[in-house]
Design a protein around this ligand. Structure first.
Ligand SMILES: Cc1ncc(COP(=O)(O)O)c(C=O)c1O
Length: 451
């Protein structure tokens, strides 16, 4: 059955996230999935795949991890969405704020995009300034205009909506200084992910990406890019926002900010918070967050986040249980350990096939990235497609590398077996031409102007 055709007939893009789309996968990828369990997913024909996509990184413990699913279901049985705030909502707020000693308040939402946009709005309201400085190397902050307007896919977005969005570069403090010089006293906030696959330096604070960073015990901590950004924000009266959508609940239960020993003014979380249940959060200091409150008599109001489904109890119940599981099982330690073995294993195979200059796994062990390069050593989507295609033949769905507590030795062995064969084909394609081995079209960039 052609599920793809049916999906595209009904849903623009064929899925509810562009990164789930057909243009992001090789032709032999499963068109539609029926369910997941642990680290595995099944397609509609019953084929089973080991999954490194993990619901766009929203699943960090494992699909349908029983305790967490049961906690979500128990809240559904209580009515799921009540007319006023629920007891579960209060407990979730206490759980979240307890994790982050620097933060006083939290506002939950269903998607990360909502909370990053809310952080921007709050910063503008707090400072009375207009411009937003965002890190150019961080690929996604929100589906809203202030960010999407800065990508090549800006159709439908008025120029005014993006005219106050500015970009600086990661690990390049001068690029941010220049923005503050060019727009003095006009920048409301700086938003960035704490890190992706590059250390925020200096090398004396931890060059080895296989080990969880410990900046608290590093004498040179203040020289790191993140600490310099915070200092610049302070000096210029801008709100310092860390977007921990990917790093949160991976680097450490208390976020990458804990490992870099840095406290922002506002932070955003989502993805792995509730093991696939829809939950995101904006946390922050009281003086900023309470602008969205209703207690200060006579204060001008800020319409922060206000949505019908923001109080859904199943997501809160799943979140509270997810945090329990993280504490009991030390989930983040597992991610670091598995990720190191994965990285070492994959790079050893690339070496075995003599292609280590063309295929590599890099980045922090708890969240590795794979890079595919062509014969000229240029980053190549054709070769990314080929690798992905060959891994699918071996039963592994690996659009990127998201890890979970359910990825164990068995999953690692299965992965390395599939990669051994995939990289053998990769090596041949470097010699014979990739076209000879690709069975369909190549993956395309998400943010492209035209189809
Ligand atoms: C760093 C970052 N921020 C924000 C978002 C937006 O989150 P959501 O897709 O839940 O709206 C994403 C999603 O990929 C992200 O990676």
């Amino acid at each position: 059955m052609d599920y793809s055709k049916r999906l595209h007939a009904l849903i623009p893009g064929g899925a509810h996230t562009y990164s789930r789309g057909d243009d992001q996968y090789p032709k032999n990828a499963p068109q539609i999935l029926s369910h997941g369990k642990g680290a595995w997913v099944w397609d509609a024909d019953g084929n089973k795949f080991l999954d490194y996509g993990l619901g766009l990184r929203s699943v960090t413990v494992g699909y349908d991890y029983e305790e967490i699913s049961e906690a979500g279901i128990a809240e559904i049985r209580k009515g799921n969405n009540l007319t006023r705030a629920s007891l579960t909502e209060l407990k979730a707020a206490e759980t979240m704020v307890d994790l982050f000693p620097w933060a006083d308040m939290v506002k939950f939402a269903k998607n990360g995009s909502i909370v990053t946009t809310a952080a921007i709005k709050l910063s503008r309201a707090y400072t009375g300034k207009k411009f937003v400085a965002m890190c150019a190397e961080h690929p996604f902050f929100t589906y809203d205009d202030w960010f999407i307007g800065t990508t090549p896919m800006d159709k439908g977005i008025p120029r005014e909506s993006k005219s106050s969005s500015l970009r600086f570069h990661y690990n390049n403090i001068d690029s941010l200084k220049k923005l503050f010089d060019k727009f003095p006293n006009q920048i409301a906030c700086v938003i960035l992910e704490p890190v992706t696959y590059l250390s925020p330096g200096p090398d004396t604070c931890g060059k080895d990406l296989s080990i969880k960073p410990d900046y608290k015990n590093c004498a040179d901590k203040e020289k790191s890019f993140l600490h310099q950004v915070k200092e610049l924000c302070k000096k210029n009266g801008a709100v310092f926002i860390l977007d921990e959508m990917i790093t949160g609940f991976r680097w450490d239960l208390q976020g990458a900010m804990k490992t870099y020993d840095i406290e922002p003014d506002l932070a955003t979380f989502g993805k792995g918070m509730a093991n696939g249940f829809a939950l995101a959060a904006l946390v922050g200091k009281k003086e900023i967050m309470e602008l969205g409150g209703i207690l200060k008599e006579g204060a001008e109001r800020v319409f922060l986040i206000s949505t019908t489904h923001g109080s859904e109890m199943s997501a809160f119940g799943a979140f509270i249980k997810t945090i329990d599981v993280y504490k009991q099982k030390d989930v983040t330690a597992h991610l670091w350990k598995y990720g190191k073995e994965f990285t070492d294993g994959m790079n050893a195979l690339a070496k075995k096939h003599g292609i280590q200059k063309f295929f590599s796994v890099e980045g922090y062990a708890c969240s590795p990235y794979y890079f595919t390069r062509d014969r000229n050593k240029d980053v190549s989507l054709d070769f990314r497609t080929l690798f992905s295609q060959e891994m699918i033949k071996g039963g592994v769905l690996i659009p990127w590398v998201a890890l979970s507590y359910s990825h164990t030795t068995e999953e690692l062995d299965f992965t390395l077996k599939a990669a051994d064969k995939a990289l053998e084909i990769y090596a041949r394609a470097l010699n014979d031409g990739v076209e000879k081995y690709l069975v369909g079209k190549s993956i395309k960039p998400v943010f492209r102007k035209y189809n």
